[in-house]
Ligand binder design. Structure first.
Ligand SMILES: Cc1cc2nc3c(=O)[nH]c(=O)nc-3n(C[C@H](O)[C@H](O)[C@H](O)COP(=O)(O)OP(=O)(O)OC[C@H]3O[C@@H](n4cnc5c(N)ncnc54)[C@H](O)[C@@H]3O)c2cc1C
Length: 381
């Protein structure tokens, strides 16, 4: 029997494999991954300095151990070049691998802006362990890091760099940090608390150019500010990896389009994680992956199962400003009710009938997260 082939060894790929093994110990299974095949918690990449982790101490298991755990081969450093759903085959260059069922757990790419200037190519992004190792070696003994993007990952890196003894200068076109997730009051608190750690901010502006000045990079902003950084890192958002599916004629939108059973438009091909768009939702976070992995494992084991998502608040890993968000669905009608004090910000999003649809909590207000989460509607019932 041809194996179930999972492409991707991130949290999505490995969690499907592990969940499937709980239900079926024997069904042939293979993981193929273009990266090192280590099993690790990706969220740790933006908090590792503060928790004194190195790129070597972050992974929980190597590919050999994972192969033992999932009872199937893990082909690491192996890039799938094409999919052939009609033949039930994936191609790795000239080699073809047959599958009975195929799981696409391809993740997402960090967005990269086409910067002007002679140092544009120096900009780093951190999206996997290899990137992280490169980032850590780049910042070694280098005090000043420019962080492009004041979203969740940018703020976490700024906090973590400060915890690791670096100076972070954060640049964002928005007027305040985490502008897509927090109200202005919550953003102001985040800005204040990270400023206390030594973070500097360039908000309401963007990068005009990045120019090499020997080892350093001269950062010129559109508002005319110029400063030097040792390292520049960009964290401005993600783009689901859809190219492989698209080239094979599989339907894609913002991500690889799947239904509630995580089925793509091609027979026996499924997708989950950062690459997938489930009923119009692209949710690049850990909790949706855990729910999707369990549902898909049941489907692969022979019991078709639809995924459902409860409310899934996301913790922002900025301990100096504890923050938890559960944004309302995109386009939801309603308004924010904000209570802001020195100790915390409680922002609650209600619809016209008074139903709570989302929240954004900072500081002391995060103590109410469990009680508030119980009032939220499921993301996908
Ligand atoms: C710095 C950082 C901090 C984060 N913090 C949080 C947090 O605090 N909370 C939270 O909920 N979420 C957080 N996230 C998001 C979360 O980590 C991701 O949603 C999750 O890890 C994505 O897992 P994935 O398996 O879908 O994708 P990935 O981990 O990106 O895995 C994709 C896999 O596909 C493989 N692949 C891709 N193309 C091919 C190909 N053609 N051939 C073979 N293999 C291929 C890759 O090698 C990789 O193994 C964070 C993300 C980052 C980057």
């Amino acid at each position: 029997m041809d194996p179930i082939v999972i492409i991707g060894s991130g949290l999505a790929g490995y969690n499907v494999a592990r969940e499937l093994r709980k239900l079926d110990k024997e069904i042939p299974l293979m993981v193929i991954s273009s990266d090192s095949g280590h099993f690790y918690s990706k969220p740790m990449l933006s908090s590792a300095l503060g928790s004194k982790k190195t790129p070597e101490s972050i992974p929980l298991n190597g590919p050999e151990q994972m192969s033992g755990q999932i009872n199937g081969p893990v082909r690491a450093r192996t890039y799938v070049t094409n999919l052939d759903p009609a033949q039930h085959m994936v191609r790795i260059g000239e080699e073809s691998v047959r599958y009975s069922k195929l799981v696409l757990a391809l993740g997402a790419d960090q967005l990269r802006l086409p910067f002007k200037g002679s140092a544009a190519e120096r900009v780093l992004t951190v999206n996997d362990l290899d990137d992280y190792a490169q980032f850590r070696s780049a910042i070694k003994d280098k005090p000043m890091v420019a962080v492009i993007g004041a979203g969740l990952i940018g703020c976490e890196f700024a906090h973590d760099l400060s915890a690791g003894g670096h100076k972070a200068a954060v640049i964002d076109i928005a007027a305040y940090p985490l502008s897509r997730l927090l109200t202005p009051e919550g953003g102001a608190m985040m800005q204040r608390k990270l400023t206390d750690l030594g973070v500097t901010w360039h908000l309401g502006t963007s990068v005009e150019s990045l120019d090499a000045d020997r080892e350093r990079t001269r950062v010129t902003l559109t508002n005319g500010t110029v400063f030097d950084a040792d390292v520049v890192i960009s964290a401005i958002g993600l783009r689901p990896r859809v190219a492989l599916a698209q080239a094979a004629g599989i339907k894609t939108g913002m991500g690889i389009t799947v239904n509630r059973n995580l089925e793509t438009s091609a027979a026996d091909v499924y997708a989950l994680g950062d690459c997938a768009e489930v009923e119009g939702l692209v949710l690049p976070y850990v909790m949706p992956i855990m729910h999707a992995a369990r549902a898909l494992a049941a489907t692969l084991a022979g019991k078709p199962t639809a995924v459902s998502y409860p409310a899934m608040p996301v913790l922002v890993k900025t301990p100096a400003c504890p923050t938890i968000v559960s944004p309302p669905a995109a386009g939801a009608a309603g308004k924010w009710d904000v209570t802001a004090t020195e100790e915390g910000v409680k922002a609650l999003f209600y619809d016209a009938s008074g139903k709570l649809l989302g929240f954004a909590l900072n500081g002391k207000a995060t103590e109410e997260r469990a009680a508030l989460a119980k009032l939220l509607p499921p993301v996908l019932a």
